[in-house]
Ligand binder design. Structure first.
Ligand code: ADP
Ligand code: GLC
Length: 484
């Protein structure tokens, strides 16, 4: 089969969150299994920096809008690990400081940027290779199936092509005013509550949910959760309607980048057989966070995250004062919403001996935290999959998580009797429950033998892409069967 991925981020070119990790590794795994795979991305400024000499695959696609045309070129990114990369180049829309937003907010023309991107992928595919399946991701590429089943309906080249939408995060919809429908030259009859209308806005993600042949999301638990009012962000009705076409496929991770035995960004290597190097990584991390004086016995808690409401930082803020009575040190790496950036800055000012914060995006530091911390905190309000807790398992950094979405699917509660389990979980989104989970972790931390067993239980887990990539291939095959 030929699969075309259309996505808004992908390693090693551009990353803001876990979507980039997934698009950077899943296509390679599908290609390794013998399928033809093409990935399309916008030619953002950050992507352009990877291609000082740009090779043009198609010099000019005409993308019509209501009152004007835009023209996009297709840049050939070449083949890497069996995957062909193409980039949609439209400098007026993509040559910007960041992919989606500035600190002042989302780009107001995101409807046009991602509308153009989706349509350009359809047009480019007609010349560069028509796939069996378009696999799109989140709201940014959700218009592709909408275009395909409306204005491209009668296109003989495209009409039998299947579509799969993966929802990485149902909390981001891509909401735009109704007039966007005609600005994008879409038919007005899609603007109904059964299709793309959402409380008088055009909801891009909803369009993908309605028009894609099959839907997946990134864990089993989240596939169930998003059909409920608590987690559906208002889309639970339409998701429930499509429940028979919705699959939960847990993300894999790329162990060629995230393995303490080979990781080139950490101070010392270690593995399940020989844990010794982890102590050196802890010293290195404490040094990087300005606390080289702390001893082995201090439990180092780590956080690496987009600073967004989703991630549960208000809970961490609520328990931090009570945690200061314990022998702990919290290191935080993140950027995002100014509210949370300031929250962590102020926590550091209040408790400089207990918490150190880096408000930045830094891949090396992210690896150092995974390797050097003892405990990883992820008390998310909701978490479609979550990658950091999976990385943490591999690094023997014990996760404390809220039992939601992928966090619940990947972490098993430690049982002090049987010495099974990989971490600590709490169910209710409540500070006391979270604090108790952290305290359970700190109790085991003091028992070095039990702690090493717990670390090894996590390090043994295998979350490679081998199994999930086969599950995606089954979904593609099912869609292709339905379309043939
Ligand atoms: P989400 O996609 O919701 O942000 P995930 O856990 O799936 O959450 O993925 C987050 C990814 O982004 C991980 O690879 C994590 O290491 C990385 N990341 C997040 N914030 C930073 C940061 N400030 N510096 C470096 N890497 C970060
Ligand atoms: C989203 C989710 C995260 C998931 C990632 C990759 O950003 O918030 O839980 O791991 O996508 O699928």
């Amino acid at each position: 089969m030929h699969i075309v991925f259309a996505a808004s981020e992908c390693l090693p070119f551009i990353k803001t969150g876990g979507l980039a990790d997934v698009i950077g590794s899943l296509p390679r795994e599908i290609a390794r299994k013998g399928h033809q795979v093409t990935v399309y991305l916008p030619f953002y400024r950050q992507v352009r920096e990877h291609f000082p000499e740009k090779k043009i695959a198609l010099p000019s696609l005409t993308i019509p809008f209501q009152y004007y045309n835009r023209f996009a070129a297709v840049v050939d990114g070449g083949k890497r690990d069996g995957v062909q990369y193409f980039f949609i180049d439209c400098p007026e829309l993509f040559d910007r400081e960041s992919p989606y937003a500035t600190p002042a907010g989302d780009y107001p023309d995101n409807w046009e940027r991602f509308g153009l991107f989706c349509r350009a992928v359809l047009e480019a595919s007609k010349q560069l290779g028509i796939p069996d399946i378009f696999h799109v991701h989140d709201w940014q590429t959700s218009l592709l199936p909408v275009y395909l089943r409306t204005v491209y309906y009668f296109d003989p080249l495209l009409r039998n092509v299947g579509t799969v939408l993966t929802i990485h995060n149902a909390g981001y919809h891509g909401l735009f005013p109704p007039v966007t429908v005609e600005r994008l030259l879409l038919p007005w009859d899609i603007f109904t509550p059964e299709k793309v209308e959402f409380y008088d806005s055009f909801n891009f993600l909803k369009g993908g949910i309605v028009y894609a042949d099959m839907l997946t999301t990134v864990s089993h638990k989240y596939a169930e959760e998003i059909q409920t009012p608590e987690f559906g962000h208002g889309l639970e009705g339409v998701l429930h309607k499509r429940a028979s076409d919705l699959r939960g496929i847990l993300n894999g991770v790329d162990y060629s980048k995230w393995d303490p035995a080979t990781d080139g960004r950490i101070a010392a290597h270690y593995s399940i057989e020989d844990l010794e190097g982890k102590a050196e990584c802890k010293r290195d991390l404490l040094h990087a966070f300005g606390a080289p004086h702390l001893s082995e016995d201090t439990a180092v808690l780590g956080i690496v995250s987009r600073l967004a409401t989703q991630k549960g930082f208000d809970l961490t803020a609520q328990i931090i004062e009570r945690l200061t009575f314990e022998n702990i040190f919290l290191v935080v790496l993140g950027t995002g919403e100014p509210y949370y950036e300031n929250l962590f800055r102020s926590l550091h000012e209040r408790f400089p001996e207990k918490i150190s914060v880096r408000i930045t995006y830094d891949e090396t530091l992210a690896h150092k935290i995974e390797a050097g911390a003892d405990i990883y905190l992820m008390p998310s309000r909701y978490e479609p999959c979550g990658l950091n807790q999976i990385y943490s398992l591999k690094y023997g950094t014990v996760p404390v998580v809220r039992a939601t979405g992928g966090l619940d699917d990947t972490i098993e509660e430690w049982d002090p009797q049987t010495h099974t389990g990989t971490g600590f979980k709490f169910a209710n989104y409540a500070a006391d429950d979270y604090l108790q989970a952290v305290q359970r972790a700190l109790t085991v931390f003091k028992d070095k033998t039990a702690w090493r067993t717990l670390m090894r239980n996590g390090m043994k887990q295998d979350y490679s892409w081998a199994k999930p990539s086969s599950e995606y291939i089954e979904v593609y095959q099912e869609v292709a069967r339905r379309r043939s």
